[in-house]
Ligand binder design. Structure first.
Ligand SMILES: [Fe+2]
Length: 438
């Protein structure tokens, strides 16, 4: 079974995988790490007098974070322009706007460096812009066929540093940028090690301005990465590619990703209530940002699975936030359906979530995890009770959602620890309509 599930089918001999690999940007973390951004850029080879672009959004300009970064860079003798028109869940047209800005200001060569400041959408806009300027053409050239041309990115371009202002998406370290293709009602990713940033600067003081609702939504995305990464298949259940370059980006869990998942789950589940209900609690914010980073290192290396696969069609059709979609789908998918793949592992997760499993069988403990997760969601007061409350989704919509998931998300479904059919996905969507009585 595990052999059939194998990889994204690069050429391989029939021998199991024996090697894992991790690639990360440089990571600089801590209160006021923003003050070391110029140092970080110089460390990446950016010289005095270089001209850079901050890619961000209007809200972050209005609350002063952009000004803080801009002043810091100008004090360090860099010239800086600001593009603050990044849109939430960027479309191809949104990326083209940013590309046009760069080409108008600096021609085909573009800027000497880029800083992406904001949530996942700003960071993905920055990642895609830098990569397309460096490789030429437009974003559709690099999106997989049949939607795009499926060309490979050959180079990364000048230095890119990402600074998250939410604790959730993991875009600051991931090798993927997610774009929506509006005409087709789908989301597509450009996935390449060349799209990854060179460095991530994570400063919890930039996250205290995030309102409770967004704090909760992004936290549930981070928790999803940690749990999906912890419960996905093992790296050595795949076949070993003949050429190491063809090892998939999402390659299964390893001892290293498991360690990061465990720590991420502790930090996120232990601090999310405090961060949502008291946003100024800087220690809680710091723990959340660290938890989100660790969750991303785990989940976005090992690979997100069924829940993320189901979330993309929902987000694209109903324009829901990614994190709240993950929150609503996790109980039925990751914690419900997938628990059968390894009840022992889910039982151990229940203990990590603080469930007293004394006297419970393994299966009872695994079930109790789902209950505890839902209790956490309800404690946050700002998350919807299911798909119905999220976007008015009804049983009539489930056929389309299930078909869309199976048709467009093969890359993630292949990583799922339990094989899944369209009927299964249908049942899971139905289960997720109501996680509790609203
Ligand atoms: Fe996610």
């Amino acid at each position: 079974m595990s052999y059939e599930r194998s990889v994204s089918a690069p050429s391989h001999e029939l021998s199991p995988e024996t090697v894992w690999h991790i690639q990360m940007p440089q990571i600089r973390f801590g209160r006021d790490a923003t003050d070391e951004l110029a140092f970080q850029l110089r460390d990446l080879g950016v010289e005095e007098g270089a001209h850079g672009l901050i890619i961000t959004d209007e809200t972050l300009s209005d609350i002063g974070h952009v000004g803080r970064v801009e002043t810091h860079l100008e004090d360090a003798e860099f010239a800086v322009d600001v593009y603050d028109e990044s849109e939430r869940e960027p479309s191809i047209a949104d990326i083209e706007n940013c590309l046009a800005f760069v080409r108008d200001e600096k021609g085909e060569e573009g800027y000497d460096f880029y800083v992406g400041l904001g949530g996942g959408s700003c960071m993905d806009t920055a990642k895609t812009t830098r990569a397309v300027i460096a490789n030429g053409g437009g974003p559709l050239d690099y999106i997989a066929e049949p939607t795009g041309e499926g060309k490979a990115l050959d180079e990364s371009g000048p230095p890119l540093v990402l600074m998250p202002t939410t604790a959730g998406t993991g875009a600051e370290i991931s090798p993927v940028s997610i774009l929506s293709v509006e005409e087709k009602e789908i989301k597509e990713g450009i996935s390449s090690n060349h799209i990854r940033a060179d460095a991530a600067v994570l400063d919890p003081t930039l996250t205290t301005t995030l309102p409770p609702e967004l704090t909760a939504k992004t936290a549930m995305d981070a928790l999803g990465h940690a749990i999906e990464g912890y419960t996905t298949h093992e790296y050595d259940s795949l076949l070993r590619p003949t050429d190491p370059r063809e090892r998939p980006v999402y390659a299964g869990r390893t001892p290293l990703t498991e360690m990061f998942s465990e720590k991420a789950i502790d930090l996120l589940s232990g601090n999310v209530r405090k961060a949502v209900h008291n946003g100024d609690d800087l220690e809680a914010r710091e723990n959340m940002l660290q938890g989100a980073l660790f969750g991303a290192i785990a989940g976005l290396t090992a690979g997100a699975s069924l829940c993320h696969a189901m979330a993309y069609p929902v987000g694209n059709k109903y324009h829901t936030y990614h994190g709240e979609t993950i929150a609503v789908l996790t109980p039925a998918s990751t914690l419900g359906y997938n628990a059968a793949s390894d009840p022992e592992r889910f039982a151990s997760l229940a203990r990590r979530f603080g469930v007293d499993t004394t006297g419970m069988s393994t299966n009872e403990a695994a079930d109790a995890l789902k209950g505890e997760y839902i209790r956490l969601q309800r404690d946050l007061n700002v998350l919807p009770s299911g798909l119905a409350e999220l976007a008015g989704i009804t049983e009539d919509d489930v056929d389309w959602l299930a078909k869309q998931t199976v048709d467009t998300q093969a890359r993630l479904l292949r990583c799922n620890p339990r094989p899944v059919t369209e009927e299964d996905v249908h049942a899971i969507f139905t289960d997720a309509l109501y996680n509790w009585e609203p």
